[in-house]
Design a protein. Structure first.
Length: 295
């Protein structure tokens, strides 16, 4: 397995492409527009520059990694000849199903088709392609080049052979693969999202403020990041989408999104990506923090 196609140049897609390319694989990074591709490649370059500055990799390693990535805006051209396709589009079931229908038409039946979904059924996605036994979940964690875990999710039809190939491949990437079964939210988000949602409920009910809630979880539970800050980094729209999938899948009110989360997403306060969520990430706020250091 040498040729990898990654669909989506956003946060997860560019991180996945970076990780494969740094491990020596030829990567085809695919997105619908040149603007998205350019933004994704700029992120990869910036992340590699940070690694060079920290002495993690050399300048030569950086150039080799970037040289291993070829970009495409046409899906059919991008996936041609790929041994593995990793879909990393937005967490939207209709969008993902449409992509996999296209992959069914474009890819050889031996091509392994993986999705980076964090909650959507692998079995449901596999049902829209012929040979669903080759469809599997590869749920990378953000930031992909740094985080070690990959949830490997088997659909109902996923074979042992395909699972082993993807487990072994993840190890070659320097990751720790964990095999899980296909239920809404899998393991990571089935546990994480109710915690984030309950943290938002705690804020919504006026029990404590944002800083106080996050501080309790960081200092009291040894979490490296508080749940509200983590939600900002994940994206509040993504958190909401995952909770909807879990609520629809389990029909259990404990997965119902907090009204505050719903309203924040409606208002466009999505976290880091929009500049504001539970915290303020705008340039003016950053400048204010810098100024305080010198006063």
């Amino acid at each position: 397995m040498k040729n990898i196609a990654v669909i989506g140049a956003g946060t997860m897609g560019n991180g996945i492409a970076h990780t494969f390319a740094q491990s020596g694989f030829t990567v085809k990074l695919i997105d619908v527009s040149e603007k998205s591709i350019d933004r994704g490649m700029a992120t990869i370059a910036a992340n590699l520059d940070r690694m060079v500055a920290k002495g993690v990799i050399s300048e030569e390693d950086k150039l080799k990694t970037i040289g291993n990535i070829i970009t495409y805006t046409d899906l059919k051209d991008g996936v041609a000849g790929a041994d593995l396709v990793v879909e990393a589009a937005t967490e939207n079931v209709d969008l993902k199903l449409n992509i996999f229908r296209q992959l069914n038409e474009c890819c050889d039946h031996n091509t392994i088709l993986a999705t980076n979904t964090s909650s959507i059924s692998i079995t449901q996605i596999g049902a829209v392609v012929s040979h669903p036994e080759r469809v599997i979940g590869m749920h990378f964690m953000n930031p992909v080049p740094i985080m070690k875990l990959v949830e490997i999710i088997r659909g109902y039809n996923t074979t042992d052979e395909v699972t082993k190939i993807i487990m072994d491949l993840s190890v070659k990437l320097g990751k720790v693969p964990v095999e899980v079964n296909d239920y809404p939210g899998f393991v990571a988000n089935r546990i994480l999202m109710p915690m984030i949602n309950e943290s938002i409920e705690t804020l919504y009910n006026g029990v404590a403020g944002v800083y106080e809630i996050d501080t309790v979880m960081k200092l009291g539970m040894a979490h490296p990041m508080g749940p509200l800050q983590l939600a900002d980094f994940i994206g509040l729209d993504v958190c909401l989408a995952i909770l909807h999938v879990m609520y629809d899948g389990f029909k259990n009110p404990k997965y119902a999104p907090c009204p505050l989360l719903v309203n924040m997403v409606r208002a466009g306060k999505l976290g880091v990506k929009s500049g504001e969520g539970f915290y303020d990430y705008t340039e003016s706020k950053k400048a204010e923090k810098v100024a305080k250091q010198f006063t």
